[in-house]
Design a binder for this molecule. Structure first.
Ligand SMILES: Cc1cc2nc3c(=O)[nH]c(=O)nc-3n(C[C@H](O)[C@H](O)[C@H](O)COP(=O)(O)OP(=O)(O)OC[C@H]3O[C@@H](n4cnc5c(N)ncnc54)[C@H](O)[C@@H]3O)c2cc1C
Length: 318
């Protein structure tokens, strides 16, 4: 039997949606490991929905009483929670914060970790984690020796369990950290984060200018829940913020739909999006490498294709 701890990520007291997928993965792991308990810990005070977390797969939810996020404090709280629940596996979402916590938690538990996993299997020999490496060119299978493993899970590769019943709610004393995040300033676009959205409309240098992003936005507006993405060339040009960059030095996304407009398909960009379920490429160069990875390809000028696409999508939305 393996008990699993999920370290939840909250922002301003609200749960990040990717965590429900992590809880779903934890449920599968606990069930595969002989029917253990899934405990989810919020490392700082948050308003959490017992029904939603129970449905996602959590048996218990523990909320720590920290008022603000502290990277080392949150890791210490997670380590304490892992020991309290006798966890054999600790999971976090592979978000920016999750990446920060992962190594700290593994160090606190004196074990190893597997980062950015896309699959998790239970074998006779314990858990085996699947993770893409070398910008997605190879896949490794990782096993962590010892009694406890720590891993971060990539978004959109796992799903909430979708079962009945609310999680049991509890509290714990937070561990104090040496550093505390006193504030985060973000530019709110009113759109979902590109790493969490199930639909992404992304633009590259072929868009020509920052002003032309209205074409990308018009397509995104016609697709419910769509986020905006960008290549590094675009971010380097200052056309879009780094928070929208997809790729090796940006965010890794795995949406249901990824529309790449005016993006050539460099390996560093592909590293961030080639596990998307459906890829639509729009490029005026029929030889652009992106077409080798696309489910659907449109050879044409973004200035003509995107407005036509937005118009047709708007008709579907009614
Ligand atoms: C260490 C390292 C890390 C990197 N990390 C990242 C990363 O995280 N993300 C990332 O994206 N890149 C990254 N890069 C950069 C990467 O190598 C490419 O330079 C970059 O992805 C190119 O962006 P692009 O496709 O927008 O531009 P380009 O390669 O210039 O491609 C533009 C495309 O637009 C097409 N086009 C031009 N005009 C039109 C038009 N009117 N209509 C339709 N199509 C048109 C062209 O045919 C072309 O295919 C990294 C590079 C390095 C060395």
């Amino acid at each position: 039997m393996t008990n699993v701890l999920v370290v939840l990520e909250t922002r301003d007291g609200t749960l990040r949606p990717a965590c429900l997928e992590t809880v779903g993965a934890a449920r599968l792991a606990a069930d595969a490991g002989g029917g253990g308990t899934v405990t989810a810990v919020a490392t700082e005070t948050a308003e959490l929905d017992a029904a939603a977390l129970g449905s996602a797969g959590a048996d218990k939810v523990v909320i720590a009483d920290a008022g603000a996020h502290s990277p080392d404090g949150a890791a210490a709280t997670a380590v304490k929670a892992a020991k309290d629940c006798g966890a054999g596996l600790v999971l976090v979402a592979a978000t920016v914060r999750g990446r920060d916590l992962l190594a700290r938690i593994a160090a606190g538990l004196n074990t190893g970790f597997a980062a950015d996993c896309t699959a998790l299997d239970f074998t006779d020999d314990g858990f085996v984690f699947t993770r893409p490496v070398y910008a997605g060119k190879a896949i490794t299978k990782v096993k962590i020796n010892g009694d406890i493993a720590v891993a971060s899970l990539r978004g959109n590769h796992f799903a909430p369990a979708g079962r009945d019943g609310a999680a049991e709610m509890g509290t714990m004393a937070a561990k104090a950290g040496k550093s505390v995040v006193t504030g985060i300033s973000t530019k709110s676009t009113g759109r979902p984060d590109v790493a969490e959205a199930s639909r992404v409309v992304s633009g590259g240098r072929g868009m020509g200018s920052a002003e032309n992003w209205s074409l990308i936005e018009a397509v995104a507006d016609a697709i419910p829940g769509a986020a905006l993405g960008a290549s590094r060339a675009v971010v380097d040009n200052g056309w879009r913020p780094h928070s929208e960059q997809v790729g090796q030095t940006g965010k890794v996304v795995s949406p249901e739909l990824y529309i790449a407009a005016g993006i050539s398909g460099a390996i560093q960009h592909l590293a961030g999006m080639n596990s998307s379920k459906v890829i639509v490429a729009i490029n005026k160069d029929a030889q652009a490498p992106i077409f080798q990875h696309a489910s659907y390809g449109i050879v044409g000028d973004v200035n003509e294709v995107l407005p036509a696409l937005a118009e047709e999508l708007a008709k579907i939305q009614g």
